[in-house]
Design a protein around this ligand. Sequence first.
Ligand code: SAH
Ligand code: MG
Length: 200
Amino acid sequence: MVDHIYNDEIKRIKEYAEENNIPIMQDAGISFLISFIKNNNIKNILEVGTAIGYSSIMMALSVKDVKIISIEKDESRYLEALKNIKKLNLENRITLIFKDALDVKLDDNFDLIFLDAAKGQNINFFNNFSRNLNSKGFIITDNMSFHGYVEKNEEEIKSRNLRGLVRKIKEYKQFLENNNNYDTKFYDTGDGIAVSQSKI
Ligand code: SAH
Ligand code: MG
């Protein structure tokens, strides 16, 4: 997927994520995202939820002229992402913002907005950034299935927090389905991906 010289660095980033329980995108999800970016001629991306920069880096390395702005609210993850991006010489292509995404207002416009932060906040992220979408642009949301819990019966989910989160994801799904300004398709790939295209 990416050039050989980067492989060791990518491997190290993935290991760091694993060791520190950082929920980076699954391989299938990343492949889907990269193909999507190529097939739809995406040039400018806003990512909500950088973590340590893995998905941003994968997108930037795989599609040569893509530019990314990515937002992260956790300081240690933001710093780790900054380090990883510098190491791969991608500072010119990936710009990081260290802030809660709900406090960020941007003037830039994007072909793609990728939502991969707090799963219970997706309606708010969607509403905060949809005005930054180019005509016929896309909003892609990760973790629509949340490790399969969204498809389970509620009684099967023992943890109250998890039940709450799953309910929020279902609400978001409804929100997308009922949103007449967007056409949304759901994919089983990775941890479940929603692709919403602006009709205007
Ligand atoms: N996209 C990354 C994974 C992101 S994990 C990848 O695949 O490599 C989700 C991240 O979203 C976490 O690091 C979390 O700190 C961040 N996050 C959660 N809520 C946020 C918010 N309101 N604003 C900014 N970042 C947020
Ligand atoms: Mg995710």
